[in-house]
Design a protein around this ligand. Sequence first.
Ligand code: NAD
Ligand code: GLY
Length: 365
Amino acid sequence: MITLRLDLGERSYPIYIGSDILVSPACYLPHISGHHIALVTNQTLVSLYGEPVRKMLLDLGKQVTLIVLPDGEAFKTWHTLNEVFDQLLVAGADRATTLIALGGGVIGDMAGFAAACYMRGIAFIQVPTTLLAQVDSSVGGKTGINHPRGKNMIGAFYQPRAVIADMHVLTTLPRRELVAGLAEVIKHGVVADAAFFVWLENNIAALLRCQASALAYAVQRSCEIKAAIVMQDERESGLRAILNFGHTFGHAIEAGLGYGHWLHGEAVGCGMVMAAALSRRLGSIDEATYQRIHRLIQAAGLPVVAPAFTQARYFELMAVDKKNQEGALRFVLLSHLGLAYVGGAAHEIVAVTLDHAMQAPSALA
Ligand code: NAD
Ligand code: GLY
């Protein structure tokens, strides 16, 4: 097992990465504040991993309230969140209760937000079970739910007490979910580490074969990159926004199709091709760099052709992006591989990028 540390003063916490650590008491005990634990998971994961985790906690003498939510992005809603509050209240959860989020990004975001709000904040631990959650959503303290008008629009920055990423749980992950997680892994290389991008170009086949050592390195390097950025800008007043590369387009795709039709990672994969194309049209990266990004995302098995909405619909959907300022759209753009910035783009350039992305973009020239 390796332990990374996300250093945020009194909100610092460890990220444990290893095999078969899901039921390792040593990873949990230092971060559990009281006697009562609310274990929040979903209908799929409860039968896979819920019981061993619950048993481990009971064996430690804890009282465990199991909260099982419906599975899927479509349930990352106010209604489901309220179900968590109802069950916490019925179980008599108090300020000493520790909430454990066992699941992918949907459970982690929603349970984390519940922990942030319940009695104005209770301790929580992230136990991410998807590749996407291990490399991205469990780290950094962004929690929240969707609104029909916009993705992740309601939420809070609220850091967990620990992140416990067991590589072994990835063996049951459906292939489509593995591929979706690779989008956020590739994102880290594109925006912050060109050497990691090259490593990904050379190891994408091994990752798709679920080779354990390749997956472990991808998780570790992604967490290191993300932690380094969050430590500099926890609340996204600047630098952290680069982690939204591809998300302006991606969130528009998710909201436009209806949450759950494309997986979040799929929308981000396609959105990254679009953001790279926009960077190319603005002249900030060259054609070869755009092609390498397009090629790696396609090789990962992610979509590279955007859904055919009208331009007007894309602009309407992007108008609720959290990066926008005073009504102006802002995008994460690339200066070169491994270096990103946030900037605007003329309406006509975005429009032509959208048109091209909805066909079958390869060369932009
Ligand atoms: P998800 O949580 O919906 O999980 C994907 C599917 O895999 C679900 O059906 C789940 O039940 C199943 N599953 C999970 N672990 C499994 C396992 N080990 N074996 C078998 N099946 C398993 O999706 P996700 O991709 O993990 O997360 C996407 C969400 O994360 C989105 O809502 C997105 O907005 C959010 N997100 C948040 C952040 C952040 O910083 N907070 C970052 C990126 C993404
Ligand atoms: N997933 C983007 C962020 O955490 O900032």
